[in-house]
Design a protein around this ligand. Structure first.
Ligand code: HEM
Length: 151
């Protein structure tokens, strides 16, 4: 499989294109939610409305990123699997997913959760302040894999 992917020249650019389009979708959605949590954008819209609109565009591209990432790994397994930057990227991804869930889960029980008190609004700002660097860090690590020494 690895050799086939390497031999057919258009596969890697095509898969990378899908990977990058999904990255753009995820990062745009993260930015929209985080700017609302930070209070910079659309303050007239409740946090729950903004998350309802954009959270699906964070979660749904993730299986596609996983599938396209798996194809890229299959093409050159050592390049990623023996690369500490790839491990860093996966660690950051788990942390970013955890922070996103920390924002999402309380809203299931109470859509006004993050707006109920000054303390909650502060906690929401902390979540946004952690989320943005984590997602940007994943993009940075994704690009860095190509330049970091494998093994
Ligand atoms: C879900 C699991 C994921 C896997 C298994 C995965 C795997 C990979 C692999 C193997 C590469 C190629 C690295 C190389 O050889 O140069 C890559 C590139 C990249 N990934 Fe992912 N990835 C995943 C999720 C993500 C996410 C969530 C983001 C950002 C939100 C992301 C951003 C990037 C970027 C920016 C690149 C560089 C693309 C390029 O230079 O063409 N990846 N990924």
């Amino acid at each position: 499989m690895s050799q086939s992917i390497q031999t057919i020249e258009w596969i890697i650019p095509a898969v990378q294109t899908v990977h990058i389009l999904c990255v753009a979708t995820v990062l745009t959605s993260v930015l929209m939610i985080d700017l609302r949590l930070l209070g910079f954008r659309r303050r007239e819209q409740p946090v729950a409305a903004v998350t309802a609109r954009f959270l699906p565009f964070i979660w749904w591209p993730l299986p596609i990123l996983l599938a396209t990432g798996a194809v890229l790994i299959t093409a050159e397994p050592a390049r990623s699997l023996q690369n500490p930057v790839f491990l860093l990227k996966m660690g950051l991804l788990l942390a970013a997913a955890g922070v996103t869930l920390a924002c999402q889960i309380p809203l299931r029980h109470n859509p006004a959760y993050w707006e109920l008190s000054a303390g909650r609004r502060r906690a929401a700002r902390l979540i946004a302040a952690a989320s943005l660097p984590l997602w940007v860090g994943i993009v940075f690590a994704g690009r860095w894999i190509a330049y970091a020494q494998a093994g």
